[in-house]
Write a protein that binds this ligand. Structure first.
Ligand SMILES: NC(=O)c1ccc[n+]([C@@H]2O[C@H](COP(=O)([O-])OP(=O)(O)OC[C@H]3O[C@@H](n4cnc5c(N)ncnc54)[C@H](OP(=O)(O)O)[C@@H]3O)[C@@H](O)[C@H]2O)c1
Length: 271
């Protein structure tokens, strides 16, 4: 029998991380799964319950010296990061530690829509900056573009039965809404191409509700991007400016440019 592949996940309690962790734990004959957990999160239900499913827990702060984290990673074959850009510094340290520990493959926290590396989205550029660090170390890597979560795609219902976080979701129809883009269920990896108009029609049909169509034009999005870029000169990752800029850039990418397709995600991802 082949030895198990030892996979460590950073951000295992998160939405993406728990999806990845559940999938790996479902095949215990192939994978030994370790969660890298910051000590303050050890009491979370998932870390109390999942050891019964075979999850190994390793507690450590990821902002410590890379050499110390490398010791925690001893014996790990693959690291999958599912942290967010707010943990970019921790992820850079984790990459260094992965290299020092001799990890065979690193999967950085991309898990976004298909997007060119530079010049379109700040969030993608920051992820590419992390990837540059991986490349500088000649650490073998895989990046995974999954598409746009359909959980962020359904508009709120007039009845209030389903709500949506306006600031996070593409609840406005971009342009004329006929640009198809790849939607993924965040519990899964496969995706389907949908236009916003089709999503609204299907959603209205299933719920029997008449859903208001709020439109945003190309010109309006570009105006918000330009304002967001100016505001970000004084903002940081936690700022309202980052959210404003990020969501406008997502809308532009998805609804106007049309980058988020399986074809674009199929550009070489293995190194
Ligand atoms: N394709 C899409 O539509 C889409 C949508 C949303 C997100 N994403 C992408 O998916 C990836 C993950 O995002 P998410 O929304 O799944 O994340 P999330 O649910 O917010 O989870 C973040 C994870 O990071 C961990 N974490 C936070 N601070 C940490 C620290 N200092 N040290 C170690 N771990 C820390 C959290 O662990 P604890 O708090 O338990 O410690 C949690 O497990 C990102 O790359 C994001 O851009 C894609």
């Amino acid at each position: 029998m082949s030895p198990k592949i030892r996979v460590a996940i950073a951000g295992a309690s998160g939405i993406t991380g728990s999806s990845v962790m559940n999938a790996l734990l479902a095949t215990p004959e192939i994978f030994e799964v370790t969660a890298l957990v910051r000590p303050s999160s050890l009491g979370k239900d998932v870390f109390v319950e999942y050891p019964q499913r075979g999850l190994v827990i390793k507690a450590d702060e990821l902002d410590g010296p890379a050499g110390v984290i490398a010791q925690v990673l001893a014996g790990i074959d693959v690291i999958i990061s599912c942290m967010t850009l707010r943990q970019m510094e921790e992820e850079i340290t984790l990459i260094t530690a992965a290299y020092e520990a001799g990890v065979s493959r690193y999967v950085p926290s991309f898990f976004g829509p298909g997007c060119p590396p530079r010049g379109v989205m700040l969030a993608r550029e920051m992820k590419e900056d992390m990837l540059d660090h991986v490349k500088r170390l000649y650490l073998p890597y895989t990046i995974i573009d999954v598409g746009w979560w359909y959980q962020l795609s359904l508009p709120p219902l007039p009845s209030g039965n389903v709500r949506a976080k306006e600031e996070l979701s593409t609840t406005q129809i971009v342009g004329d809404g006929t640009n198809p883009w790849a939607l993924v269920d965040n519990r899964d990896i496969g995706n389907e191409m949908w236009t916003q108009i089709d999503v609204y029609e299907s959603w209205g049909g299933v719920t029997g509700e008449s859903i208001t169509r709020n439109l945003i034009t190309n010109k309006e999005i570009l105006q918000i991007i330009s304002e967001g870029e100016a505001e970000m000169a004084h903002g940081d990752l936690e700022s309202a400016a980052m959210l404003k800029l990020g969501m406008a850039q997502y809308k532009y990418l998805l609804g106007i440019r049309g980058d988020n397709t399986p074809e674009h995600a199929k550009s070489p991802v293995l190194f």
